[in-house]
Design a protein around this ligand. Structure first.
Ligand SMILES: Nc1ncnc2c1ncn2[C@@H]1O[C@H](COP(=O)(O)OP(=O)(O)OP(=O)(O)O)[C@@H](O)[C@H]1O
Length: 121
């Protein structure tokens, strides 16, 4: 039982490693995530705001992982041009874009007033 759980966990980790190795956007997300944590520590962000930032970042990572999985599945179906495959990939990419836009909004709401405050003093 425990071995089975470990195997699923390892497969999940391998999926994430694959995403990091193959998706240029995942590297951008990683850079943005590090920036958010550094800014959060520097600006002394508090409990609920950390939660909002983590949720927003998590949403982007989850969307990117699902987008990567869908791209792989689509390519397994066909590498020929196909309108529906193209549309499926576009919608999945749209999910990443949506998550990123909302994450940016959360980041602005949390960070802008704090940066403003720092600059004013
Ligand atoms: N088989 C296909 N048929 C039709 N259009 C396709 C096909 N494959 C890709 N496309 C189009 O090219 C775009 C990019 O697809 P690709 O598989 O190269 O993903 P990507 O460049 O890794 O995208 P992302 O930026 O979402 O990671 C898709 O959003 C889609 O519009």
């Amino acid at each position: 039982m425990l071995r089975l759980k470990w195997r699923s966990f390892r497969c999940a980790l391998e999926g994430l490693v694959f995403m990091m190795k193959t998706q240029i956007h995942a590297r951008w997300h990683a850079m943005a995530s590090v920036m958010v944590v550094v800014l959060g520590i520097w600006l002394q962000v508090e409990g609920l705001e950390w939660m909002m930032l983590m949720l927003a970042m998590g949403m982007v990572w989850v969307a990117e992982a699902i987008n990567t999985a869908l791209e792989q599945a689509c390519d397994a179906v066909t590498l020929e041009r196909d309108e529906r495959i193209g549309r499926a990939k576009d919608v999945a990419a749209g999910a990443v874009l949506l998550a990123a836009v909302f994450a940016l909004a959360v980041g602005m709401i949390v960070f802008v007033p704090r940066v403003w405050e720092r600059l004013a003093h």
